[in-house]
Design a protein around this ligand. Structure first.
Ligand SMILES: Nc1ncnc2c1ncn2[C@@H]1O[C@H](COP(=O)(O)OP(=O)(O)OP(=O)(O)O)[C@@H](O)[C@H]1O
Length: 281
């Protein structure tokens, strides 16, 4: 297991219990989306992975090491964290310096630093902005700079906090391709997201947190089967799932590809899908 969280409780100094006993294990190479309503404890959980929050009780193991005994700099070798707000992360005078900071800080040799920085700028579509000041870029572009600066650190685990917020369609497509490429490279990707379409298309597993506890954990399709379960009904379902349900299909479809496969199956077998439900029901 690349992440192993056991009975994690986190209580803030003001007495708020943000995590009330979370246990979670993530295998290397998994793509896990963490969902949950506002205040569920998602960010607090993620902060434990990079050492900026420490357990009140329970354990957090990252990349085979007890995270509670490790400093932030040490954990940064294992986990790259892309903050929801890029302005919490960016500090350098140019995009290239920002992206090059992490690999330099980790002590990578010059040729590896250059290769990682060039790659990270390219895959985030920022090569042309290498000499720009991050402050002169749009919010969506600054978010991509923050992502590039984490990619350049080449960590085995990447945590993305609300990666699609404020991103246009082209940037979301780029992000989706990147998640696929990183997965092929064997990276573990954890995303905190409210975006069920992004989650359905790009993640294998969904963990739903509510009130500091894990309410659901498993494959996205299985989660959507329980349409009446409060852990599902609290979220807008993926577009393809809503469309399939509107057409009266009994089992949920999740992705565009699975929707098209289902249509093709109907066409080949000659079995018509059930009639669409009237729109006003
Ligand atoms: N620094 C803090 N001090 C006190 N309470 C906090 C602090 N940070 C978060 N909390 C509280 O802890 C609980 C969990 O917050 P957290 O930010 O982890 O939730 P979240 O699921 O990430 O929410 P959101 O989707 O709104 O970002 C909330 O009740 C929140 O008000």
């Amino acid at each position: 297991m690349v992440l192993r969280i056991d009975s994690l409780i986190h209580r803030y100094p003001n007495g708020t219990t943000a995590l009330a006993g979370v246990s979670l294990a993530v295998r290397a190479g998994e793509r896990v989306a963490i969902m949950g309503p506002n205040g569920a404890g998602k960010s607090t959980l993620a902060r434990h992975l990079i050492g900026i929050a420490r357990p009140t009780s329970g354990t957090v193991e990252v990349d085979g090491r007890d995270a509670t005994g490790l400093g932030i700099a040490d954990l940064a070798r294992s986990v790259g964290f892309v903050f929801q707000n890029p302005d919490d992360q960016l500090h350098a005078a140019t995009v290239a310096k920002e992206v090059g900071f992490g690999p330099r800080n980790l002590g990578f040799p010059a040729d590896r630093r250059t290769a990682l920085t060039t790659w990270a700028l390219r895959v985030t579509g920022l090569t042309a902005e290498a000499d720009s000041h991050p402050r002169h870029l749009s919010f969506g572009e600054r978010k991509r700079v923050a992502l590039a600066s984490v990619l350049a650190m080449d960590t085995p685990i990447i945590v993305l906090d609300e990666p699609t917020t404020g991103q246009d369609h082209r940037s979301v497509t780029l992000l989706e391709e990147l998640v696929g490429d990183l997965h092929k490279k064997g990276k573990t990707i954890v995303a905190i997201t409210h975006d069920t379409d992004f989650c359905a298309e790009n993640f294998d597993r969904i963990v739903v947190l509510a009130e500091g506890r894990v309410r659901w954990d498993g494959p996205v399709e299985r989660w959507l089967e329980g349409a009446e379960d409060p852990s599902v009904s609290a979220f807008e379902q993926p577009q393809m799932t809503r469309l399939g349900r509107g057409l009266g299909w009994p089992a949920p479809v999740v992705t565009v590809d699975s929707f098209l496969d289902r249509l093709t199956d109907h066409a080949e077998t000659g079995v018509c899908p059930p009639s669409p439900r009237p729109l006003n029901t």
